[in-house]
Design a protein around this ligand. Structure first.
Ligand code: PLP
Length: 396
């Protein structure tokens, strides 16, 4: 017997539409930037290979955090006989990984002085030159060199030729999606432009520049530069409601973003509990009538937040059914009395569309008191993912 398990449906057509929507937006510029997509965190929980299968042929750059992801993308490209696209690793890189990445023609962001150890490793290995982008901290306070350190590090990187080749400069915004007034972001643009000029002067030629994630791609055209790094919007989700409002102001219209994920869970058992029965750990829920419940084999170990206890509903046959009692490690219990008239097995939708109802990641995030980025990024890597609405040859 096949085991009952969760399935994440990844909608290839939706992903491709979102790529087109983002491209249409940036192509309004006289010199449009290239489109880059951010596939970190297992492609925001959607599945790295499933998302690659869906959009690889439509994009110019891919941004990831870990060297492992970059290597996995190159392996996927070889296995599927696809031409390599540009990949940028934004996170920390060890010297031995720098060698691997150089040989795979992957670009690496340098945001701290860890790169000092790379040169010897690259020289010893006789690898190809490692292409690097200098990460500028224009005001996020995370990684990157502050403005006053940019010249010194640009010189050091250039002095590490031929092992290192300085090709670009990047930075990241702090709060474009949190506000509708963008003074702080504009100050970050100015700081980045100054730092980029400094680095380009040191390199003796113009360097590639990039600063925009999804929100700035929508609302700050002056920050598009040479390539944008679209994360959350690739998956059909708005960075925030503020960004939605601002996008309408800036463009006069709203691009259509289509959520690309649905989470379906078949029931483990459907049965009827009598009046006065307790449900779940802590006995936090007691039935006040005969209650038909579905036990679903999914819980916080799969990325369904425990904070949803007593807060959420799921969809069954297009009807909202409350999650009752606490979310457990591997189980939730749902009241399906309104949706079902017998104990036949059912499939519940935890995220996505079912009939006329939709359960958005934003809604689930509100119930769990977090943001939708966290809801999707924490979907278990072990969950089964299937690509739907893709061409047969694009299946992962
Ligand atoms: C995550 C990330 C992005 C993408 O952000 P979204 O808001 O998801 O579009 C872009 N750049 C960097 C450096 C990031 O860490």
């Amino acid at each position: 017997m096949t085991r009952i398990a969760s399935v994440l449906e990844i909608d290839a057509a939706a992903l491709r539409q979102n790529v087109l929507a983002c491209r249409a937006l940036v192509e309004k510029r006289p010199q449009p930037p290239a489109l880059g997509v951010v596939l970190k965190a297992n492609a925001y929980g959607h599945g790295l290979t499933e998302v690659l299968a869906s959009v690889h042929d439509t994009i110019a750059w891919i941004d990831v955090i870990t060297p492992d992801d970059a290597i996995a993308i190159r392996a996927w490209e070889r296995a599927h006989e696809r031409p390599p696209v540009e990949i940028l690793v934004i996170g920390p890189v060890h010297a031995d990984e720098a060698v691997l990445l150089a040989d795979e023609n992957v670009v690496v962001a340098i945001g701290d002085d860890g790169y000092a150890t790379w040169r010897n490793a690259l020289a010893r290995a006789g690898s190809r030159p490692l292409r690097v982008h200098l990460h500028v901290d224009s005001g996020l306070g995370r990684e990157g060199f502050i403005e006053s350190d940019v010249e010194r590090h640009a010189r050091a990187i250039v002095a590490h030729a031929p092992e290192l080749v300085l090709e670009g400069v990047l930075s990241h915004f702090a709060n474009v999606e949190d506000v509708t007034e963008q003074e702080y972001a504009r100050a970050q643009v100015s700081a980045f432009e100054r730092a980029a000029r400094t680095a380009s002067d040191v390199a003796g030629r113009p360097l590639m520049r990039h600063q925009s994630a999804s929100a700035a791609t929508f609302v700050l055209p002056e920050a598009h530069f040479d390539v944008v790094r679209v994360g959350i919007s690739l998956y059909g989700l708005w960075p925030s409601s503020e960004t939605r409002v601002s996008t309408r102001v800036v463009h006069g219209t709203l691009p259509v973003l289509t959520p690309a994920l649905a989470w379906r869970v078949p029931s483990q058992v459907v049965r009827t509990l009598p009046t006065g029965a307790f449900v779940g750990y802590g006995c936090t829920y007691k039935t006040s009538r005969a209650t038909r419940v579905a036990v679903l084999p999914v819980g916080y170990a799969d990325g369904y937040p425990r904070a949803l206890s007593g807060q959420a509903h799921v969809l069954v046959d297009g009807k909202r059914c409350p999650v009752i009692g606490r979310v457990m490690m591997n189980h939730i219990v749902v009241d399906v009395t309104q949706a079902r008239e017998n104990d036949a097995p059912l499939v519940a939708t935890l995220l996505g569309r079912d009939g006329d109802e939709v359960l958005s990641a934003e809604q689930v995030a509100v119930w769990a008191d977090t943001i939708h980025y966290e809801i999707v990024a924490r979907l278990g890597a072990h969950l089964r993912r299937v690509v739907v609405n893709g061409d047969a040859h694009k299946s992962a």
